[in-house]
Design a protein around this ligand. Sequence first.
Ligand code: ZN
Length: 208
Amino acid sequence: MNFIRNIYCVGRNYALHAKELNNEVPASPFLFSKPTHALAEANGSRIALPGDRGAVHFETELIVRIGKPYEQGMTVDELADAMAIGIDFTLRDVQDELKKKGYPWLLAKGFPNSAVVSPFFAFPGVERCKSINFALIKNGEEAQQGNITQMIFDLQTIVDFSARHFGLGEGDIIFTGTPAGVGPVADGDHLALLWDGNQVGECTVSLN
Ligand code: ZN
C-alpha cells in the first residue's frame, strides 16, 4: 500500500442510506476522519474486528486518493491519482449511543482495521466513474451497490470542502460515503469488493 496520510470520510452522502438510518439529509458535507491505524488492505487475508461491542456494520464506499497538494480551482481529475473500493466498518450500536450524547464518532469509526481498502488502481476520471457501479458481495450475494451519480455532494464538492476545512494533499484518501444496504457482519463472512463487475479486493471477517 502506498503511504497514506489523512483518512477523511463523508457521512450521509447518499439519500437512501441517510433514510435507512433515520438521519436527515444534510445541507452541507458532513465529514469525519479515522486514524491511520484503522487501515487494512482487502488483499484476501482475514481482518480482525471487535466482537464485543455490539453490531459491526459494513459500509461500502468509493475511495479517491489525492496525488498532489490542493490548490484552489483544481479539479478532481487533476488531484486524484488513484482510487479504491473500501469498507468503512462501523460499530453501529456504539455509534447510536454516541449520537444520542452528541459525542464524536471516533469510538465507533476509528478502531483498528475499520478502514479497509482494496489495492489502489488508476482513477479513470469523474465522467467515466459515473457509468461504473461499485458493489459489495457478502458470502456470494450482493449486499450493496452504488454509483457516484447518487451522491448528495459530488466528488468536487467533497475535495473542495476537505481542502478548505482540513487541508488536502498528497497521500490523503477520502471515503466518499455509502449507498443504502448497510448491515452487520458475522465471524467468517467473506466480503468481495467489486468495481465495474470485477473483483478488486476481498477479505474474510474475524470477530473477536
Ligand atoms: Zn461511511
